[in-house]
Design a protein around this ligand. Structure first.
Ligand SMILES: NC(=O)c1ccc[n+]([C@@H]2O[C@H](COP(=O)([O-])OP(=O)(O)OC[C@H]3O[C@@H](n4cnc5c(N)ncnc54)[C@H](OP(=O)(O)O)[C@@H]3O)[C@@H](O)[C@H]2O)c1
Length: 246
């Protein structure tokens, strides 16, 4: 389904990004496994892909660092000649009531989740224009669609990702590049494991399908959006959340 394609997945050392990298590789893509701090975990992802006969490499870069993103993308374009699929998955939370969110915690969440998504898009933009094809898939969140008490910074960043997605989708549509977002609900990863048991119960009670999702649920949706099967879908936010947002 994706053979011959090169994919860049940000935040692919753990959780959803890791599963996206493995899944895109299973479908035949060469995968650039971006990470920030988890070098060994990223290298494990690369090993898993290569053990199955795929091609991948790990590249360190904080997506919040505009110039570092430019350098990573130029290096990878130089090496592979093209990047066809950009998955902006890297993200963090710094949860608290808005009353207690520090300026630093607000800025850090916005810098990684929202500006980080812009940084890679900006540095890929000309390449996508020239290629006249491509896929951008941004990780939003149910919190960005519904709002969530205790996550004002995170929800704002993810609502921003939705606006960014739709705007760039309009800009790049005439060049054959589609831009979509996936909005996960409650997915079992390191990010959600740090929640208290009470918070986990509270989320579960709001899920019509009555269970948490897995990284694979998200990864298969990303793979579909990255494939030719989704060539007529752009500017959309696909919720993968057991029905939380409908
Ligand atoms: N889990 C959920 O329920 C859920 C729900 C809705 C949306 N999401 C979104 O899905 C995405 C993945 O979440 P997850 O649950 O898989 O999180 P996770 O398990 O905490 O993993 C986060 C990933 O992001 C990377 N990352 C963090 N800061 C980075 C930076 N500055 N530059 C590059 N990479 C960075 C981490 O890399 P290092 O470890 O190498 O630093 C890691 O690979 C996020 O955008 C998140 O907001 C998750």
């Amino acid at each position: 389904m994706l053979s011959g394609k090169v994919a860049l997945v940000t935040g692919a050392s753990r959780g959803i990004g890791r599963e996206v990298a493995l899944t895109l590789a299973e479908y035949g893509a060469k995968v650039i496994v971006n990470y920030n701090g988890s070098k060994e975990r990223a290298e494990q992802v690369v090993e898993e892909i290569t053990a199955k006969g795929g091609l991948a490499e790990a590249v360190q870069c904080s997506v919040a660092d505009f110039d570092a993103c430019g350098e990573m993308i130029q290096n990878m374009l130089g090496k592979y000649g093209h990047i066809d699929i950009l998955v902006n998955n890297a993200g963090i939370t710094k949860d608290n009531l808005a009353l207690k969110i520090s300026e630093a915690d607000f800025d850090e969440v916005l810098d990684i989740n929202l500006k980080g998504t812009f940084c890679t898009i900006k540095h890929m933009y000309r390449a996508f224009l020239k290629q006249k094809s491509g896929r951008i898939i941004n990780m939003a969140s149910v919190s960005g669609l519904l709002g969530n008490g205790g996550q004002a910074n995170y929800a704002a960043s993810k609502a921003g990702v939705v606006g960014l997605t739709k705007s760039v989708a309009r800009e790049l549509a005439s060049r054959g590049v589609t831009v979509n977002a996936v909005a996960p609900g409650y997915i079992i990863t390191d990010m959600t494991q740090s929640m208290t048991d009470a918070a986990k119960e509270a989320v579960l009670s709001k899920i019509p399908l009555k269970r948490a999702g897995s990284p694979k649920d998200i990864a298969e949706t990303v793979a579909f959006l990255a494939s030719d099967k989704a060539s007529y879908i752009t500017g959309q936010v696909i919720s993968v959340d057991g029905g939380m947002y409908m």
